[in-house]
Design a protein around this ligand. Structure first.
Ligand SMILES: [Fe+2]
Ligand SMILES: [Fe+2]
Length: 315
């Protein structure tokens, strides 16, 4: 079969809703795009542990501490799961992908490059950021690449727990003292604009979207997903008596959608290109964790070697 016929068959399979599996033929561009997307996603999960991990020792009760600890551990699991999924595409090993993150040459979500300044940030991250992640990942669960799609189904179940634990913190604070309410409002003011950016540039400025949509890697455009999240989240904010930091925010009766003011894309590009408030700190923390874990990797390799020679002797 020539290339054109292969592509046609590939596109027909996707159009009929079939999943593409690791050993199936796929265009090199599809393979590359998926590795790019999945590795960025995995990096985001792993770096995403840092802002919240920062509050584990300061959680206000044992129950909150246990829930936060479980959530942060889940994110580590999500990262490893998606790295494994990316490996099935055969272009790069997990070590190579992690290497790119540690070297600072890989991109990951803008959102994890901001500091967590108060306990309310933990609630707001669960509510807004994990809420946004669910919208993205529920769409990815329908994507055309089998291993990625299946990983998302499982991950979304855990993300729902993350969102609920965050939302519950927010509701509690919204019914608390004036000081607690102010702390919550301050966190919402800081995280709302950044969460809007998590969905990526507007469709008109999104360089990879066309091909990703055509091959079912993406099911919806950045703007569609962003709008879905806005429509879901604004009523929740209003219910809690919060204001959102956007003077242009208004409900359009005709379209039945909430409309927002302009997003600060200059800030977004600064942050994803390494110049956010915490990028350097995040990379330093990941590198330190990797270096501190060297003895574990060495011990595991030595143990595996020992087992191998034992088996050889027995044989
Ligand atoms: Fe996650
Ligand atoms: Fe999460």
């Amino acid at each position: 079969m020539d290339e054109a016929a292969k592509i046609e068959e590939f596109e027909n399979r996707i159009a009929s809703g079939e999943k593409i599996e690791p050993k199936d033929w796929m265009p090199e561009k599809y393979r590359k795009q998926l590795v790019r997307m999945m590795s960025q996603h995995a990096h985001s999960e792993v770096v995403g542990m840092l802002p919240e991990g920062n509050w584990i020792t300061r959680a206000p009760s044992l129950r909150r501490k246990m829930a936060l600890l479980a959530k942060v551990q889940d994110e580590a699991g999500h990262g490893l799961y998606i790295y494994c999924g990316a490996e099935t595409l055969g272009l790069a090993s997990r070590q190579e992908l992690v290497g790119e993150l540690l070297a600072g040459t890989a991109k990951y979500s803008n959102i994890f490059n901001y500091p967590t300044l108060s306990w309310a940030d933990i609630g707001v991250i669960g509510w807004l950021v994990d809420g946004a992640a669910i919208v993205n990942q529920t769409a990815l669960a329908k994507c055309s690449y089998g291993p990625y799609s299946r990983a998302m189904i499982r991950i979304c179940k855990e993300e729902n727990f993350h969102k609920k634990q965050g939302f519950e913190i927010c509701v509690t604070l919204s019914r608390g003292t004036e000081k607690q309410k102010a702390m919550l409002q301050d966190a919402v003011d800081r995280w709302w604009p950044k969460t809007l950016m998590m969905f990526g540039p507007h469709d008109s400025d999104s360089p990879h979207s066309g091909a990703l949509l055509k091959w079912g890697v993406k099911q919806f455009s950045n703007d569609e997903l962003r709008q879905r999240w806005i429509d879901m989240t604004v009523p929740q904010a209003l219910q809690m008596g919060l204001t959102l930091p956007d003077p242009d925010l208004k409900y359009n009766e005709q379209t039945e959608h909430w409309e927002i003011g302009p997003i600060n894309w200059e800030e977004f590009y600064q942050v994803i290109n390494g110049n956010g408030p915490c990028n350097r700190e995040r990379l330093a923390a990941r590198n330190k964790a990797f270096d501190d874990g060297a003895w574990v990797r060495e011990a595991a390799l030595a143990y595996a070697e020992k087992q191998r020679s034992k088996q050889k002797e027995a044989a």
